[in-house]
Design a protein around this ligand. Sequence first.
Ligand code: DSN
Length: 436
Amino acid sequence: MDKQVSRLISQETKRQRNQLEMIPSENYASRSVRAAVGSVFMNKYAEGQARKRYFQGNSIVDELESLCKTRALRLFGLSENDWGVNVQALSGSPANLAIIAALLEPGEKILSMYLPDGGHLSHGWQLPDKKVTLVSKIWDITFYHVNPDSRLFDYDQIAKQAKEVGPKLLISGGTAYPREIDHARMGAIAKSVGAYYLADVSHEAGLIAGGANTSPFPYADAVMMTTHKTLRGPRGAIIFSKKELSQAIDQSVFPSIQGGPHEHTIAGIAVALEEAAAPEFMAYAKQVVTNARVLAKHFVNEGLDVVGGGTDKHLVLIDLRNIGASAWVVAWALEYANIIVNRNTVPFDTGSSVYPSGIRLGTPAITTRGMKEAEMHLIASWIMEVINEVGDMKVPEDKEQRKAFIAKTKKELAINKKILAIARDVKSLCAKFPLP
Ligand code: DSN
């Protein structure tokens, strides 16, 4: 009925089909997940918890939400005697806000990972002269950093800092940290200073469910995950918390922060959790990591500076400074080559969030299409060709010159013969690996 939106949906479907989605936080949800999200559950208001609602007509919604929670606990091998679970938070940032608001009084201290080292905005990001996030406006934030040489965490240093700061909450969670976080160590550090440990495993959720990454559950007081990344569900979030904390967290989600939960999303999450419990999902999770490792090794062999020396997960972070390439130019050139990555800050970045020094790429979506090691080598070679083609195009420092450069460069990239040839090859590869 709506021609304009319908046209845009068709165009986006085509784009997703013909391009390589290599942003590590993206994936392709199954048709069943999408059907559940587009279902009549969208029409229902259901404030409160199952069987404790404020509106009538919720007996079926109650069943749905309880099913989703049971599946969530089962997927991660948790007992309902020890763990509470909330599936109502709208996404990762409101979920983290709800957890923090439930566990801490305003003004109390949080120790969390520094954003340019791969952390997340919702862990209290602030600049020296600007409280960028609501979390940083309400709570007292200190960041921990990666080691300057290894660009990895030095847990002894974090333990020392935790003693000095005395936080009430220690948060881990990397959106651009390529190695596994040592949850046992982080949990022990939190315990040693009387802090709660919140593991934000939004990026790794599917890898943990599939046995390809270590579970934080034995060590954390609360675990938050978004549901649309490696877990391959709809956009949403799940909060797990130790039983004694769960009531406060439920009340923090509703009525403190949100109104009615999106029950259609909860239906989609329930479907995704069932899909993730299937044996094929374990194979998928392992292949996601294998594919990322193949990419990382290929880039290291080509002389690129792969942060952390490789990856344990689904993502690879490349610092382009050693070859003098501009991340903005590379990311756009790759887009014209039908390869979608994102430009990203890297540890000790000398650029800005808009013009950072790195690119971040990941394998969850292309692995969902069925791509394996051979395709990773092919993709890595195309990425190298693009980087070599545009490596000497630098974004000027001067604002006015930059504006002119951006307009000119986009036009040049769009008609670059080498890039267009790669775009055609990428499209042919994509045709062999249909979307779910
Ligand atoms: N936007 C997500 C990511 O790309 O990692 C985090 O919010």
